[in-house]
Structures are given as structure tokens and as C-alpha cells.
Design a protein around this ligand. Structure first.
Ligand code: SF4
Length: 83
């Protein structure tokens, strides 16, 4: 079984993870994040999205919205300096 077979979103409608708007789709985002919350590869998915912003510029990845990933990316250098 490869990693993609483990993805919690594999059996979901892909559109669930790509809301048209992030401001008016709170319920859709909540449902998508719920799927990510049960996904066994969520950490790897989020790591990929953080490392590849050009490929993961839109959509819910690893339980995060694009805005949340931008915040994580901008916090990363400060966190690494503090360690
Ligand atoms: S964490 Fe990534 S692979 Fe898992 S369900 Fe969410 S979007 Fe899909």
C-alpha cells in the first residue's frame, strides 16, 4: 500500500478540499478539516504543503487553510531561531 492509498481524502469529493471562498465556507472547511483530522498521513501532507507553497497554494492540506499555512511558514524561522 502506498502513501496515497492511506489518504483520508481519497474517497471524498476533491471539491470539499477546495472551497470557492474561505470566508463564506466555514462548514465546508470544518468538514474537510475533520477528514484531515482522521487522516494517518496528515503530518506528511502538511509538511509537503509547507515545503511546496507553489503546488499547495490553494485548498485544505494537512488540516490547514492557505492562510494558516502562510502563518506557519512565517512563524517557522522564529521558531527555529528559538530552539
Ligand atoms: S491530511 Fe492531506 S492527505 Fe490527509 S485527508 Fe487531509 S488533504 Fe488528504
Amino acid at each position: 500500500m502506498n502513501r496515497e492509498d492511506l489518504a483520508g481524502c481519497k474517497r471524498e469529493d476533491p471539491e470539499l478540499f477546495f472551497p470557492i471562498s474561505y470566508t463564506g465556507a466555514a462548514r465546508q472547511i470544518e468538514v474537510a478539516k475533520g477528514v484531515c483530522g482522521r487522516c494517518p498521513i496528515a503530518s506528511a501532507c502538511l509538511r509537503y504543503a509547507l515545503d511546496n507553497p507553489e503546488r499547495a497554494s490553494d485548498g485544505i492540506w494537512g488540516g490547514t487553510t492557505p492562510r494558516e499555512r502562510r502563518a506557519l511558514r512565517s512563524a517557522q524561522p522564529a521558531l527555529e531561531e528559538a530552539i
